[in-house]
Design a protein around this ligand. Structure first.
Ligand SMILES: [Zn+2]
Length: 187
C-alpha cells in the first residue's frame, strides 16, 4: 500500500470510484472518522457496500436496501473482513460519510475529514485482518496529513451521537491506538 499525496489515491489497493463527493471548502484534512457498515446488516462479503457507495444498490433485493438505496453517500475507504481495502474517493475530495456532525464544536465534519468504513456491526468483533489493514492505512494517512494525530481520530458515533452508533462497542479503540503507537516506534 502506497499513498500518492498529489492525487489523494492509495496504490496497491482496489479503486472503486464513487460519484458521491465534492470539493473541500478549505482543502483541510485534519480528522479521521472510523465507521462500521454491512449490507444487509450483519452480512459480509456481499459486495453491496461497494454498490451502495456507487448509487447502485438494488432496492428490490432486501427491505433494508429499499430504505437506503436513494441516499447519496460514500467514504474514502472500505476495509472488508479479510482486510482488503477499497478506495472510493480521493482524499483530496470531500466524501459524504459523516452527515450532520460536530467535532469539538465544529460542524460539517465531511469538510475536513477522511472516512474509513470497516465492514461489520456494532456488536461483532472486527477481524484481526481489519485491524492490520486499518493500522497500515492510518499510518500512511498520518504521514501525508500530520494533523491526524490520535486525538483527531474518532468514531462516527462520537461526532453524531444522536444519530449514529458505529463503529460500536465492538471496535477496540485501545487495540487500534496501541497498534498505531507501536508501529510508529518501529520506524
Ligand atoms: Zn458511519
Amino acid at each position: 500500500m502506497q499513498f500518492d499525496p498529489s492525487t489523494g489515491w492509495c496504490h496497491g489497493i482496489r479503486h472503486c470510484p464513487s460519484p458521491n463527493f465534492n470539493a473541500r471548502p478549505q482543502g483541510e484534512i485534519s480528522l479521521l472518522v472510523i465507521h462500521g457498515i454491512s449490507l444487509p446488516p450483519g452480512q459480509f462479503g456481499t459486495g453491496k457496500v461497494q454498490q451502495f457507495f456507487r448509487n447502485g444498490l438494488p432496492a428490490d433485493e432486501h427491505p433494508y436496501f429499499a430504505a437506503i438505496a436513494a441516499l447519496r453517500v460514500s467514504a474514502h475507504f472500505f476495509i472488508e473482513r479479510d482486510g482488503a481495502v477499497t478506495q472510493f474517493v480521493s482524499c483530496l475530495e470531500r466524501a459524504w460519510h459523516a452527515g450532520q456532525s460536530c467535532f469539538e464544536g465544529r460542524e460539517n465534519c465531511n469538510d475536513f475529514s477522511l472516512g474509513i468504513e470497516l465492514e461489520g456491526t456494532d456488536e461483532l468483533p472486527y477481524s484481526d485482518a481489519q485491524y492490520a489493514s486499518l493500522t497500515t492505512l492510518t499510518r500512511l494517512l498520518q504521514q501525508a496529513y500530520p494533523a491526524l494525530d490520535v486525538r483527531r481520530i474518532c468514531g462516527h458515533a462520537d461526532i453524531a451521537p444522536q444519530r449514529k452508533t458505529d463503529p460500536g462497542p465492538a471496535f477496540d479503540w485501545t487495540r487500534y491506538r496501541t497498534a498505531l503507537s507501536d508501529s510508529g516506534d518501529m520506524q
